[in-house]
Design a protein around this ligand. Structure first.
Ligand code: RP5
Length: 183
């Protein structure tokens, strides 16, 4: 499903530290699969607030349309970005702290009214990228078609899993036409 990357980055991926990269690279990989151009860098809301601010101020003008922000622990990166730009922010709370990411989840998702961050699950960088693709797809029919094909593939994979289970001899789902009938 690898598409042609458009030249200007449409998605910005930010993370609080390079230690977040092993998780966040999944977002980059997913965007590449959909042919969506992205940029990825490190900026910390606490350690380098000026860099975060500079990124947020410049992103829209450079053509970025969605920002994915991944951070762990007291994760304020996504929220700070949301306060500084009108671009939609998708937050990825990351595990790694002594609290296993629950701290980052709450810090990312519990935004004050008026400043939303679309928060995905702990470590769910792939879902963040998929959500970004869906957002961009609202204005791009070709991208929507690629997303539709992805959904169809997901459904086919479930059918295959069910078939493999049945092949082992397990009783499967009752076909809809026979539901309620006495055999
Ligand atoms: C957060 O602190 C980062 O997003 C990272 O998840 C965590 C640890 O960062 P390092 O100490 O590994 O740089 O700000």
């Amino acid at each position: 499903m690898t598409g042609q990357l458009s030249s200007a980055p449409l998605v910005g991926i930010l993370m609080g530290s390079d230690s977040d990269y092993p998780t966040m690279e999944e977002a980059a990989r997913t965007l590449r699969e959909f042919g969506v151009a992205y940029e990825i860098t490190v900026a910390s809301a606490h350690r380098s607030p000026d860099r975060v601010e500079a990124y947020a101020r410049g992103a829209e003008q450079r053509g970025v349309r969605v920002i994915i922000a991944g951070a762990g622990a007291a994760a304020h990166l996504a929220g700070v970005l949301a306060g500084r730009t009108i671009l939609p922010i998708i937050g990825v709370p990351l595990a790694g702290s002594t609290l296993g990411g629950l701290d980052a989840l709450l810090a990312t998702v519990q935004m004050p009214s008026g400043v939303p961050v679309a928060t995905v699950g702990i470590g769910a960088a792939k879902n963040a990228a998929l959500l970004a693709v869906q957002m961009l797809g609202t204005g791009d029919p070709a991208l929507r078609d690629r997303y539709r094909a992805f959904k169809e593939r997901l459904a086919r994979e479930v059918e295959d899993k069910a078939a493999r289970l049945s092949a082992k001899g397990e009783p499967g789902m009752v076909p809809p036409h026979s539901v309620g009938r006495v055999p």
